[in-house]
Write a protein that binds this ligand. Structure first.
Ligand code: TYD
Length: 138
């Protein structure tokens, strides 16, 4: 499938409000459109920082701002969209073959990423021009 920016979507997760502290959870299959193979998180990001852009050939991700806020810029080679994440009970689903980069991190933000695959450098496209070429051939 040729993915487009409009295939990305914000998914709201269950929230159990409690005066002792709210609770949100996510299950491997059911809440997001893929089985979770890996989780990683980005932390200690200096305020205002931006991380490198890339696309994944086959991997899908679900991105949650557990604390603080940041923006995710998603690009399909012809259209681009900004998603602002600032709540721990919703996240952004990004399917494969979309260029993305997070930016505008608030101080002390914590970004959790759930991924559909194990880490593989071969799955990365790190050059935007190459990404556009592959996308145009699809
Ligand atoms: P990378 O995804 O390239 O981050 P960014 O595009 O924001 O710079 O990851 C940075 C480094 O961490 C890179 O050398 C690969 C390594 N890494 C792993 O070893 N395992 C992982 O699960 C991830 C996400 C990255």
């Amino acid at each position: 499938m040729k993915t487009a920016v409009n295939d990305c979507r914000i998914i709201k997760l269950p929230k159990i409000p409690d005066p002792r502290g709210n609770l949100t959870f996510i299950e491997g299959q059911g809440h997001i459109p893929f089985a979770i193979a890996r989780a990683y998180w980005i932390y200690d990001v200096p305020g205002g920082e931006l991380r490198g852009g890339h696309a994944y050939r086959e991997m899908a991700e679900f991105i949650v701002s557990l604390s603080g806020s940041f923006d995710v810029i998603v690009d399909d080679g012809s259209e681009r969209k900004i998603f602002s994440l600032n709540r721990s009970y919703y996240g952004l689903y990004v399917p494969e073959m979309l260029w993305r980069h997070p930016e505008n991190f608030s101080t002390n933000s914590l970004c959790l990423i759930l991924a559909s695959r194990a880490f593989s450098e071969d799955d990365y496209i790190r050059n935007y021009e190459q990404f556009k070429e592959i996308k145009a051939q699809q």
